[in-house]
Design a protein. Structure first.
Length: 310
């Protein structure tokens, strides 16, 4: 059986069996009014003293029917915008992110950082996302770590693949004892340590399987645990792509305790959770929907407890 056939079977099973959280539990997604000629996708965010700071990419491509991408007629390239949101998730301001430093350091960089998780480290705002680079005849997607000040990238680290791969996406930042690590994959758990400008495996990497759980939100403290959302590898069914998500639960020693049954957030199709923070009665997550919209969703504790053994 081919890899494509396997993806089709998995996609059919996921689509038929996975629940949609908003429908099942009466939750209400919040759409963010974004800036830019093109649709904005895959927002990351952190909590601030007066609301939230969100980073989202205005894409040069528009997605149709969860599968087809068409470039805009005006030829406008991707642009990342930093948004300041108030506590009610209303946009107060938006500013294009100045990423000129990336091309100064490496002229082969194409477009902008994509699918960026932003986070605090040592009282500063950092981001980790994918950068496309032209190396010879090949286009390589590498993870790139950057520090952001005043809507400008002021420090950059291009991180090599630990396995020599040409496509690296969705490394998840986690801070432990003031040191930066990245979760390279969730099933199996593989962790990289950032040191001296590079990311190296803490121990020999476990082999990653098909239909693995690799990317998602950062982990946050949730009672005695660490909690996040992770998405599956893309599934296909009836010619459409989809991602399911699962809650992931770790001990504070980064031991994987549980990966929940899969679910969709608001619709059966392309969804991509990027940001997370704790609220008084649950969690707030940010995600892209259909690769053309930025959404937030409050998920109460009782829904999380339906999926995990806490």
């Amino acid at each position: 059986m081919s890899k494509k056939d396997k993806a089709e079977i998995v996609g059919q099973l996921m689509t038929l069996s996975a629940k949609v959280l908003t429908e099942t539990y009466g939750l209400h997604p919040i759409k963010i009014s974004t800036t830019g000629f093109n649709p904005s996708v895959n927002p990351g965010f952190v909590k601030t003293e007066d609301g939230y700071l969100m980073l989202s990419r205005s894409s040069r491509l528009r997605c149709y029917n969860d599968i087809d991408y068409i470039e805009n007629e005006k030829g406008i390239d991707d642009i990342n915008y930093l948004y300041h949101l108030n506590p009610e998730l209303q946009v107060i301001s938006s500013t294009p992110l100045d990423e000129s430093l990336l091309r100064e350091l490496d002229p082969s960089v194409k477009h902008v950082i994509s699918d960026t998780r932003i986070f605090y480290w040592r009282n500063q705002v950092w981001g980790i996302g994918a950068i496309s680079r032209k190396i010879g005849a090949q286009e390589v997607a590498a993870q790139t770590l950057c520090r952001i000040e005043d809507a400008k990238v002021v420090e950059v680290f291009f991180l090599n693949s630990p396995v020599g791969g040409r496509l690296e996406k969705n490394w998840i930042p986690i801070i432990e004892d003031d040191e930066l690590r990245f979760i390279y994959s969730f099933t199996p758990v593989n962790v990289l340590r950032f040191k001296d400008g590079t990311a190296q495996p803490e121990k020999e990497l476990n082999k990653i399987r098909e239909h693995d759980v690799r990317g998602g939100t950062p982990l946050i403290e949730y009672g005695d645990y660490l909690l996040g959302l992770a998405h599956s590898a893309p599934n296909m069914w009836n010619g459409k792509r989809s991602y399911t998500h699962s809650f992931i639960l770790f001990s504070k020693k980064l031991e994987l305790l549980e990966v929940s049954e899969p679910f969709f957030l608001q619709r059966k199709g392309l969804e991509f959770a990027v940001g997370i923070c704790k609220t008084t009665d649950g969690i707030l997550i940010s995600y892209g929907a259909a690769d053309r919209s930025c959404q937030f969703l409050n998920i109460p504790d009782h829904v999380i407890e339906r999926y995990l053994v806490l």
